[in-house]
Design a protein around this ligand. Structure first.
Ligand SMILES: [Fe+2]
Length: 194
């Protein structure tokens, strides 16, 4: 009898997290470690048979995250994300590293660098420094305080894998940036409530 996709998926996700820890136990969270993790996540996302559409309901509006493997305590969170055409997110930083890889569809990630010294509350200047198209065979990695904006490109949903340093329910405050007005605001941290 063939092994169900959910069983094979659970094994593959557990293997991925073991590989991630094998990398970070030695290296910590460095740019090269994040790059290595990204390549592993891209490889997992290519295994389309593990992520059949019928196992993951579509978003009611804009976007949805399906937990695949959420570690206990302050561990990592691995999700299958679905963002519908038209979904976009303004520039923000998560305060925690993340890695994305596409299963299908295309999502553009634009990266920014903050140029002010943070001396004035609610004020921030950011400049665009790069862009990555997350599409099948490609991914992106961000350090804790890298800033990105996202938008789904084309008329197909962007379906992918997202690995975050913390589970989404234990996320730090997300800082949002408004380049046109030179302002920033911070969301609520979930670090103390989860
Ligand atoms: Fe983000």
């Amino acid at each position: 009898m063939p092994v169900a996709a959910a069983t094979r998926r659970a094994r593959a996700c557990a293997t991925l997290l073991q590989q991630v820890h094998a990398i970070t136990d030695i290296e910590g969270i460095t740019p090269s470690a994040l790059h290595a993790i990204k390549l592993k996540l891209v490889a997992l996302a290519r295994r389309a048979d593990l992520f059949p559409a019928e196992d993951f309901s579509m978003p009611v509006a804009q976007g949805r995250n399906h937990p695949l493997l959420v570690e206990d305590g302050d561990g990592h969170g691995l999700y299958l994300t679905i963002n519908l055409p038209g979904k976009e997110a303004a520039p923000h930083d998560h305060g925690i590293w993340c890695v994305h890889a596409a299963i299908s569809g295309r999502e553009r990630h634009v990266f920014y660098r903050r140029t002010d010294a943070g001396a004035v509350a609610s004020k921030a200047d950011v400049v665009q420094v790069g862009e990555v198209m997350v599409e099948p065979g490609n991914g992106m990695a961000m350090s804790d305080h890298d800033i990105h904006s996202t938008d789904v490109v084309g008329d197909a949903p962007a379906i992918g894998l997202a690995l975050y340093g913390y589970a989404l329910v234990r996320f730090p405050s997300v800082a949002w940036y408004h380049p046109a007005f030179g302002t920033t605001r911070s969301g609520v941290s979930r670090r103390s409530v989860a």
